[in-house]
Design a protein around this ligand. Structure first.
Ligand SMILES: Nc1nc2c(ncn2[C@@H]2O[C@H](COP(=O)(O)OP(=O)(O)OP(=O)(O)O)[C@@H](O)[C@H]2O)c(=O)[nH]1
Ligand SMILES: [Mg+2]
Length: 419
């Protein structure tokens, strides 16, 4: 049974659609739902008293064995609701944590989820984690006795400290990898967006990678980075965990390191599911913007890509882009708009490029290969003393080639093209 509180009657769409989708992903079937319109949830019981009786009758009618609320519940609300309704009550955060627990594959992802779960449980003095499917299967979850709770809390705190240490170690490894990556100074493009927007599908379409794609929520938890070439130049493209409205705070904390991949990018492509109903789409965009702000990525240049336009009327898709200047319409599935996307990414980096004319002796084959990677297609002319090339080199890398520069072009302090 799904419950929600809305500040005002919903204009369009189903206010509990996302919660039901989350539950489906967690393997729980929805037997019924109820929404109460009130300024804010009741601080003691989430819903008003009258509504509670209605919900209780609804539970009996639908033979439901679990109640899920679309907001994060205070421990007190949860306890009172369980008492009043006679079935286990969980909140949106618990559902999301459960899905993350199921979808975490890498060592780091598993530790991050466990940390988030422990902190969530510690705050509500619950016993150790009980898997949702078991709850859905009807096993009650009355809390353990007082002394058991105390032991659990101490164990949980020790475990939290231990997890934090291990995550810090993993993060240091990740920093080394990042440094190596940025040492190559290839442009880094990060995909960000609401869960299910099509980020992994886009990564696959752009790079030929085999990243997992799923029609359920939060398919991807671990960041994946792949390369692609456009006009000869190499780019790094990173796909990472999807965002959601009311993303549990514990998860943003635990996944900070993973989410930081996004803040290190030179450009963020904000992938939007254009085929979603207007209101849902607007909420999703706002949720992503606010998480980006929270993780400190709001000053990274951004390009909004309306995906899944293959599912829409051409006119509706055009309208989206007209109303959101600078945005682009694409379909990761059909490939529509992807050439334009590559061009747009390229031009975002063009401003950071510096034209150079170099003379590379034939003994510098490795240098020529490196130049090709960072500068893409080259204009070259073979001469007896070496190859003369004209190339656009990222300003940050120009110093690597200045020894070979002709007529002082390049990394000189002429201010031209710097930064
Ligand atoms: N019709 C259509 N479907 C798409 C398109 N892009 C993605 N999809 C579908 O949308 C669903 C979600 O795609 P994913 O690529 O897994 O989405 P994601 O953003 O990586 O999702 P999370 O990893 O859960 O955050 C899948 O069923 C895809 O096949 C598109 O351009 N058109
Ligand atoms: Mg994905």
């Amino acid at each position: 049974m799904c419950l929600g509180v809305l500040p005002s009657p919903s204009g369009d769409g189903d206010p509990l659609a996302e919660l039901k989708e989350l539950l489906r992903t967690a393997g729980v079937a929805t037997a019924g739902e109820m929404v109460q319109v009130r300024a804010s949830p009741d601080p003691d019981r989430y819903l008003g008293r009258g509504k509670l009786a209605e919900v209780k009758a609804g539970i009996a009618r639908a033979d439901a064995n679990l109640v899920v609320c679309d907001d994060e519940l205070a421990p007190r609300q949860e306890r009172n609701l369980e008492q009043a309704l006679g079935v286990p009550v969980i909140d949106r955060t618990a559902v999301i944590l459960d899905i993350f627990a199921d979808h975490a594959h890498s060592a780091e992802g598993k530790l991050q989820v466990e940390l988030a779960q422990l902190e969530y449980n510690l705050a509500r003095m619950r016993g150790l984690w009980t898997h949702l499917e078991r709850l859905g299967g009807g096993i009650g979850t009355r809390g353990p006795g007082e002394s058991q709770i105390e032991t659990d809390r101490r164990l949980a705190r020790d475990r939290i400290a231990n997890l934090r240490r291990r995550l810090e170690r993993l993060e240091r490894n990740r920093e080394v990898m990042r440094a190596r990556r940025s040492g190559s100074a290839l442009p880094i493009v990060a995909l960000a967006g609401y869960t299910n927007a099509g980020k992994s599908t886009l990564l696959n379409a752009m790079t030929g990678a085999g990243a997992g794609v799923g029609e359920r929520l939060f398919h991807t938890l671990d960041p994946t980075t792949r390369t692609y070439r456009h006009h000869g130049r190499q780019y790094l493209l990173t796909d990472t965990v999807g965002f959601i409205r009311k993303l549990p705070h514990q998860l943003v904390e635990a996944f900070k390191a993973t989410l930081e991949e996004t803040t290190l990018a030179d450009l963020i492509i904000h992938v939007v599911d254009a085929s979603a109903p207007e209101r849902q789409r607007r909420d999703a965009i706002a949720a992503v913007e606010s998480v980006l702000e929270e993780i400190g990525a709001d000053d990274v240049p951004r390009l909004r890509a309306y995906n899944k336009v293959d599912l829409m009327d051409r006119a509706d898709a055009n309208e989206l882009v007209i109303r959101d200047p600078g945005a682009i319409a694409i379909s990761a599935l059909s490939g529509e708009g992807l050439d334009e996307l590559r061009d747009r990414i390229e031009s975002a980096f063009e401003e950071t490029l510096r034209p150079m004319e170099l003379l590379l002796p034939y003994s510098e084959g490795a240098m020529l290969a490196e130049l090709h990677d960072v500068a893409g297609d080259l204009e070259r002319e073979d001469r007896p003393e070496g190859v003369v090339v004209k190339a656009s080199v990222p300003a940050a890398l120009a110093h690597r080639f200045t020894d070979f520069a002709l007529n002082g072009a390049g990394a000189g302090r002429d201010g031209k093209g710097a930064d």
